[in-house]
Design a protein around this ligand. Structure first.
Ligand SMILES: NC(=O)c1ccc[n+]([C@@H]2O[C@H](COP(=O)([O-])OP(=O)(O)OC[C@H]3O[C@@H](n4cnc5c(N)ncnc54)[C@H](OP(=O)(O)O)[C@@H]3O)[C@@H](O)[C@H]2O)c1
Length: 263
C-alpha cells in the first residue's frame, strides 16, 4: 500500500478502533477524513492529526444509521473535492438483549449502520477505485461473525454479513487492482461494551485498538481477504467451527449473557 499522500475515509472515528485507524494512517502520511456523530471530538481529532503529522484532516459529523446517510456523505465529500483511496468501514453498534425485548427502532438502526451504509459506501467507492485501478477497503467485522450469538443475534448476523461480503469482494476486486479486507477483532478496549449495554470488565482478556489496526494493515499488505486479531481469538473462532453447533451456540450465549447487564 502506498499510504503517503493517499486519502482515507474512516467511519466511526471519534473513538476506539476508528480513531486508532485515523491516528495510525495519519502517522504514515495518509490524509484522513473522520466521520461519526460527535462533531466536537472529530474536530479536535482532525486538528491534532493535522498538527502532529502535517497531513490534511477533514471531518463530517453524521448519523450514519439514518436513511440515505451514505448518499449524503458521498455527496458532501464530492462537494469538498475528496478522492477516497482507502475506505475504512468501522462504525458499528451492538445491543445486549434478546430480540424479543429489543426496541424495533434500535434494531433497525443497528442493521442500517452495520450493514446498509457499509454496503452503500463500499459500492460507491469500490466502483470508483476499480475505475482508477487502485485502492483499499477495510471492513471491520468481528469474531462474532463466525457463529450465531444469542443475546447479540442481530449484531452477530450483521458481522457474518460483513465478513461474507468482504471475502467475496476481495476476490472480485483484486483483478481490478483494489484490495478488500475484513478485520475481525475480539474483545477490544473501547467504549463499545458500554454503548452496547454490557459490562466491559467481564469480557475476559482484551486487545488494544492499536493491535487491531496493526493486524488489519499487515493483512491488507499481505493481500489477505480477512484476518482475526489475536491468537486467542483465532483459536476461539477455529474451535467454534469444529464443535457441534448447539455447543458453540450455548457457549457463546453464556459468554455474552455473563458480560451483559441481565446476567
Ligand atoms: N470493541 C470490541 O470489543 C469490538 C469487537 C469486535 C468488533 N468491534 C467492531 O469495531 C468497530 C468499532 O467499534 P469500537 O470497539 O471502536 O467501539 P466504540 O469505541 O463504541 O466506537 C464506535 C464508533 O462508531 C461511531 N458510531 C456509533 N453509532 C454511529 C452512528 N449512528 N453514526 C455514525 N457513527 C456512529 C461512534 O461515534 P459517535 O458516538 O460519535 O457517533 C464511534 O466513533 C465496530 O464495527 C464494532 O462492531 C468491536
Amino acid at each position: 500500500m502506498d499510504y503517503q499522500g493517499s486519502t482515507a475515509l474512516i467511519t466511526g472515528a471519534s473513538g476506539g478502533i476508528g480513531a486508532q485507524f485515523a491516528k495510525t494512517l495519519a502517522a504514515k502520511g495518509t490524509h484522513v477524513i473522520v466521520v461519526s456523530r460527535s462533531e466536537t471530538t472529530l474536530k479536535e481529532l482532525a486538528a491534532d492529526l493535522h498538527d502532529e503529522h502535517g497531513i490534511e484532516a477533514d471531518y463530517v459529523a453524521a448519523d450514519l444509521s439514518k436513511p440515505r446517510a451514505g448518499e449524503e456523505l458521498v455527496d458532501e465529500l464530492d462537494n469538498r473535492g475528496h478522492t477516497i483511496d482507502i475506505l475504512v468501514n468501522n462504525a458499528g453498534i451492538a445491543m445486549h438483549a434478546d430480540l424479543a425485548d429489543t426496541d424495533r427502532d434500535r434494531v433497525r438502526d443497528q442493521v442500517s449502520l452495520n450493514v446498509a451504509v457499509l454496503t452503500d459506501l463500499t459500492t460507491v467507492y469500490l466502483q470508483r477505485m476499480a475505475k482508477r485501478g487502485s485502492g483499499a477497503i477495510i471492513n471491520v467485522a468481528s469474531v462474532a461473525a463466525f457463529q450465531p450469538v444469542p443475546h447479540l443475534a442481530v449484531y452477530a448476523a450483521s458481522k457474518a454479513y460483513v465478513l461474507s461480503l468482504s471475502e467475496a469482494l476481495w476476490w472480485e476486486a483484486k483483478r481490478r487492482g483494489v484490495k478488500v479486507l475484513a478485520v475481525c477483532p475480539g474483545a477490544t478496549e473501547t467504549g463499545f461494551f458500554e454503548a452496547a449495554g454490557a459490562d466491559g470488565d467481564s469480557v475476559g482478556p482484551t486487545r488494544s485498538p492499536s493491535q487491531v489496526v496493526d493486524t488489519a494493515l499487515r493483512a491488507l499488505e499481505n493481500g489477505k481477504p480477512s484476518v482475526v486479531d489475536g491468537v486467542l481469538n483465532l483459536v476461539a473462532t477455529t474451535v467454534s467451527k469444529l464443535v457441534p453447533q448447539r455447543i458453540s451456540i450455548a457457549v457463546a450465549e453464556f459468554a455474552v449473557r455473563h458480560s451483559g447487564p441481565q446476567s
